[in-house]
Design a protein around this ligand. Structure first.
Ligand SMILES: Nc1ncnc2c1ncn2[C@@H]1O[C@H](COP(=O)(O)OP(=O)(O)OP(=O)(O)O)[C@@H](O)[C@H]1O
Ligand SMILES: [Mg+2]
Length: 251
């Protein structure tokens, strides 16, 4: 059985990784990982530090070349596509450490994302307003981002990514540094993205309460290999996952 595939028929619009291997000067960071993400689902990618999660995101976004294996977007082999070609085709990531442009307003930040879709300035502005409203940030549109609380600043960064109209949104530790209330808001944002049904989300997180409440499926990496894929309930009860990562934490 292909552990990485969601149940039901695969569709032509999916993002798929098959048997990917990545080596760093003798260190095998990814050893034959497959992953399958479809529109409208939230897939969690979890595992201990150094398991290869960020490396896999870099493989998806084109910042990391693979030694072998394939990466397909809507059936097309994209392994040789440059990062900007992938983002133009709907593969968008959010970063933990790259903050929005602090000196610009929230609106300008999100507008920058909308402009990347090739629309006019006017259309980009309208779309940016809509995105900010959907994130509960309409009244912050004219605020400089570096004057906003951390959680709102993070949401502006996500807004910029959403404005790019991603087919797949790759989020590397979006809850890092957020307090519990901000984390709940983030959950609402990601739930909202799922509800549109137009975007698949890959969520890398160490915050298990968020992952287990939010994800449709969870894939667990350890030392560059997949040790489990399943529903939150299946993963919660998986002895290998408990031993490798979750321990006795009650989730
Ligand atoms: N550019 C690089 N050069 C050499 N080794 C690297 C490089 N990037 C990552 N690694 C190594 O590859 C392995 C996987 O790292 P990766 O950053 O993908 O892990 P991760 O699962 O994202 O961990 P974390 O939870 O700490 O973010 C680690 O052993 C790491 O030290
Ligand atoms: Mg990482």
């Amino acid at each position: 059985m292909d552990l990485s595939a969601p149940s039901g028929q695969a569709t032509a619009s999916d993002l798929t990784v098959s048997d990917v291997v990545v080596n760093f000067q003798g260190l095998r960071a990814i050893s034959g990982v497959s992953l399958h993400l479809r529109c409208g689902e939230v897939l969690g990618l979890i595992g201990p530090n150094g398991a290869g999660k960020t490396t896999l995101v870099n493989v998806l976004t084109g910042f990391q070349v693979v030694d072998s294996g394939t990466v397909r977007l809507a059936g097309e082999d994209i392994a040789r596509w440059k990062p900007h070609e992938r983002s133009r085709r709907g593969l968008v990531r959010t970063f933990q450490s790259v903050l929005p442009f602090g000196g610009l307003t929230a609106l300008e930040n999100v507008e920058a994302g909308a402009m990347a879709t090739g629309v006019s300035r006017k259309a980009a502005r309208e779309s940016a307003y809509q995105v900010l409203a959907s994130l509960g940030l309409a009244d912050k549109a004219q605020r400089r981002v570096d004057t906003l609380p951390f959680g709102e600043e993070r949401r502006v960064g996500i807004g910029r990514a959403i404005a790019m109209k991603p087919r797949f949104l790759l989020m590397d530790e979006p809850a890092a540094g957020l307090n519990d209330a901000e984390c709940d808001e983030l959950k609402g944002v990601i739930d909202g993205i799922r509800t549109t049904g137009e975007c698949g989300v890959l969520l890398i997180e160490h915050r298990m309460s968020l992952v287990f409440r939010l994800c449709d499926r969870i894939q667990v990496l350890q030392q560059g290999a997949t040790i489990a894929v399943g529903t939150p309930d299946e993963i919660r009860l998986d002895a290998k996952v408990r031993q490798a990562y979750l321990g006795d934490e009650a989730i």
